[in-house]
Design a protein around this ligand. Structure first.
Ligand SMILES: [Zn+2]
Length: 98
């Protein structure tokens, strides 16, 4: 079950989230609104992290543990949070979401 807080947090723009947490370029790719960038999780040499216009992402380079999902999945993995709740709480505090 998804908490009300997580529903709100999920509306954060993943592109803004990436800009706020990582010093990497987002470049347009293919279809309108789609972006790609270097993956912060694996040792990426050419951009293999794709950000879709529906505010989700996935990495084609992270082989062992698949890296993909929504903003909560992104931050959970980036910050090594143990639970989704920890990631939701972090985001709600950082972006002042209640
Ligand atoms: Zn990756």
């Amino acid at each position: 079950m998804i908490s009300d807080l997580e529903k709100k947090v999920r509306k954060l723009d993943i592109r803004q989230l990436i800009k706020d947490h990582l010093n990497i370029e987002l470049e347009p790719v293919g279809k309108k609104g789609q972006l790609k960038c270097l993956c912060p999780i694996h040792n990426d040499t050419k951009p293999s992290l794709y950000i879709r216009s529906n505010n989700t992402f996935n990495c084609f380079g992270c082989k062992e543990k698949k890296f993909g999902g929504n903003v909560v999945d992104f931050i959970k993995r980036l910050k090594n949070f143990e639970t989704r709740e920890d990631a939701v709480l972090y985001l709600s505090e950082k972006y002042n979401i209640k």
